[in-house]
Write a protein that binds this ligand. Sequence first.
Ligand code: PMP
Ligand code: GLN
Length: 396
Amino acid sequence: MRVPTDPTPLVPHLRGLGTTIFAEMSALATSTGAINLGQGFPDVDGPSSVAEAASRAILQGHGNQYPPGPGIPQLRQAIARHQSASYEIDVDPGSEVLVTAGATEALTAAILALVDEGDEVVALEPWFDSYPAAVAMARGTLRGVRLAPPHFRLDETALRAAVTPQARVLLLNSPHNPTGMVLNHDELVLIARVVAAHPRLIVVTDEVYEHLTFGVRHTPFASLPGMRERTLTISSSGKTFSFTGWKIGWATGPAELVSAVRSVKQYLTYVSGGPFQYAVAHALDHEMAWVDGLRASLHTRRDRLCHGLTEAGLDVVRPDGTYFVTTDISSLGWSDDRDFCQALAQRAGVVAIPCSAFYDPADPVRTLVRWTFTKREDVIDDAITQLTATDLTCHR
Ligand code: PMP
Ligand code: GLN
């Protein structure tokens, strides 16, 4: 007898999640043979000393069995030293640092730990795609603070309107994916004022691109007066050291917040990446000069891609951080970013990401497209050659 099955066994409140736009567009690049300027992962690995530290750890038996739940002490200490050396933020490696399976797990565990049914999470919109998923899992409500084009700055009225008495978490991503915007001093001060006026609000920051800024400095929100006690800071080694597959991330902040996140984290993965934790501790202590070189190289690649996209007729919004640049496609006659990205793969042999995936599906912006410059210069140059040789206007 055949057992009848639902068309989808996925619970109703998670049915909107579908397949991530990154998986979808990387599959498009593979099936069309196009150059992939979509998903943000480097095509050159991080420092060899860090890779060697990982292989040494495996061969010498460090971390091959379950590491401690909060992360190995060496890594927690290195993270604490990093926060102190980079930002003069002091955290106790014993109680105020938690190692996670990438920033993704830290973000999801934080939202599951802090958000109850009916609570609201306020995030800068466009947002990274894991945020709506995590908020849906927590059965909370996500409210966007739409960054205003063309420069994607924070709008005070939009921020104040989004933070209601139901708001439990303010989720701040800076440097910001996908726009490349980096919150400036005035914006951070404004946010701190709004937070001070809402005693129930906890701030969760996503700082995975903290070291990838060009000519501006990243300021962690926790470093603002009075905000350390209200803020859980999240980052990851993936972007900083070009090892996105290792998935070593962390959360730092007041012990009560870190402990709440740990309560959830221990039942998501329990622990992960034992040997890689040793390698990332080495990276934080010894390879920050390599990161300076990466930043300089990305700065050059940013300028190269921005110039090439402009030459190809696109309206470029030059980013201050991350490894993404967004373009507005409306002046080429397009009103649907997904149509544009499909046509782009076919016509130019280049894949980019339609930014509508990063907006509230009820009212998305459909005229922005994201391109990554975390690819080798020759790959970027090939993409530019193909783009400038192609008619990118909408034919319909
Ligand atoms: N937040 C943002 C803004 C990101 O771009 C990424 C990149 N994947 C993540 C979080 C997730 O980081 P990780 O790979 O460390 O989970
Ligand atoms: N953070 C990367 C991006 O924005 C990849 C994310 C992913 O594949 N989940 O492109």
